[in-house]
Design a protein around this ligand. Structure first.
Ligand code: FES
Length: 216
């Protein structure tokens, strides 16, 4: 499923929210993801379900260049193949034991996941930098209505707040929800960053009100 704003790509997280050696849950329109960064810095996106007994891999932990499941400790390399089964330390895991992987790209401080094997690249942010992420219980149409403008082809909604233009990268999730990443100019001052953050929160409240009332 493609997002009307960002196409095949979903901007699931900020790079800053995924340090080396960590795993976090992420949401996409096509299902939950275990998003992890190896010790050497490589980012991978796995379906959030262990092939062994179905435990969420986002509850697991990173060991070097592999992600280990919290339940029985099976470990998966970045390509998704199982590399270790602790209960059978002498066994080389069969190639058939693997977790589904998703195409992932990182750029401009954003981590993107593709809905399919996309030949295109994710949209660029044109000098803007991500500040923080929000989830809205509102669809893209309600966010656009609250902002009084449509999203750009790259998925950015801009609106005026006092003398500042606030920009948000928006992408749809399932169930009429949306991901919002607040963007600022690279040289934004601390007061401008705080104002952008608060303005985005206010716009989210307005969009959720519009969504509840069915106005959009
Ligand atoms: S459920 Fe993941 S290792 Fe058993």
């Amino acid at each position: 499923m493609k997002s009307r704003t960002t196409g095949s790509w979903t901007p699931v997280a900020l790079s800053a929210d995924l340090p080396a050696g960590t795993v976090i849950p992420a949401r996409t329109p096509t299902g939950p993801i275990a998003l992890w960064r190896s010790r050497s810095g490589g980012v991978s996106a796995f379906a959030d379900r262990c092939p062994h007994r179905g435990m969420r891999l986002s509850h697991g932990f990173v060991r070097g260049e592999a992600l280990s499941c919290i339940y029985h400790g099976w470990s998966y390399a970045q390509a998704g193949n199982c590399v270790r089964i602790p209960a059978h330390p002498g066994l080389t895991p069969p190639e058939a034991i693997r977790v589904a992987t998703r195409q992932v790209e990182e750029g401009d401080g954003i981590i993107w996941i593709a809905a399919d094997q996309s030949a295109t690249r994710p949209p660029r942010l044109d000098g803007l930098a991500p500040l923080r992420s929000l989830t809205a219980c509102a669809g893209i149409a309600a966010i656009e209505a609250a902002a009084g403008t449509d999203a750009s082809p790259g998925g950015i909604v801009g609106f005026a707040n006092n003398s500042q233009t606030i920009r948000m990268l928006v992408a749809s999730l399932e169930d009429e929800q949306a991901l919002i990443h607040v963007l600022v100019e690279g040289d934004a001052s601390p007061p401008e960053r705080i104002a952008a953050s608060r303005a985005a929160e206010a716009l989210r409240r307005m969009a959720e009100h519009i969504q509840r009332k069915g106005i959009a």
